[in-house]
Write a protein that binds this ligand. Structure first.
Ligand code: FMN
Length: 185
């Protein structure tokens, strides 16, 4: 029998202007709870104390892309503090909300910016996703033909979100080697 990881093993943070990424964070928390038993309260990055982020072994960080390729505004405000963190040994999975038809040349760009910052701070990225099933021209979030995040598009493909979230959370749980609820019973 494996013991449950503590609640603080995983941190879940989001930046969201219209609530879309906030909603996605809630779906991710629900999926994580059903798979691992962990109960996470998604934290708004606007109010977060960034210095606490490295206390988590796994960070799930959400952001939307605004202003044609820019970070969501609360993330913009926190970027300097985020870049100053030492994330050595922390596994980071990004999730993003964007609009691939409206902004096809900058789809999910914010996640590329954040992922580069996390990697420069020593983080190991988890939860990379195939570009199959998306229709866009260019994205800073694509590295070696994979998205560095879970790209969600509630503007054009909302019907795909629940399955994408389920699949991604299972992938992240596997990659971070978080014990499944069935293993802890
Ligand atoms: C003015 C404006 C600019 C945007 N720029 C981008 C962009 O460059 N890339 C992208 O993928 N989505 C872009 N979007 C789409 C938003 O990221 C998308 O609507 C998202 O779901 C908003 O999430 P939020 O409510 O969590 O902030 C833009 C939307 C607006 C209104």
């Amino acid at each position: 029998m494996t013991s449950l990881p503590s609640q603080s093993t995983v941190g879940l943070y989001y930046g969201s202007s219209n609530g879309v990424t906030q909603h996605a964070a809630g779906l991710i928390a629900d999926a994580l709870k059903s798979l691992t038993g962990l109960t996470l309260q998604p934290q708004d990055i606007r109010k977060a104390n960034l210095s606490r982020l490295p206390e988590h072994q796994v960070l799930l960080l959400g952001c939307s892309t605004w202003d044609i390729g820019e970070l969501q505004y609360d993330w913009e405000d926190q970027l300097e503090a985020f870049q100053a963190l030492d994330l050595t040994g922390v596994q980071v999975g990004f999730f993003g909300c964007g609009d691939q038809y409206g902004y096809p040349e900058t789809f999910q760009d914010a996640l590329g910016i954040l992922a580069a910052a996390a990697q420069a701070s020593g983080a190991a990225l988890i939860g990379k996703v195939s570009t199959a099933g998306y229709d866009f021209g260019a994205s800073r979030a694509v590295q070696n033909n994979l998205f560095v995040d879970l790209p969600l598009d509630e503007d054009n493909q909302p019907e795909l979100t629940p399955e994408r979230v389920q699949r991604w959370v299972a992938q992240v749980v596997h990659e971070a080697q978080l014990p499944l609820l069935t293993e802890t019973r």
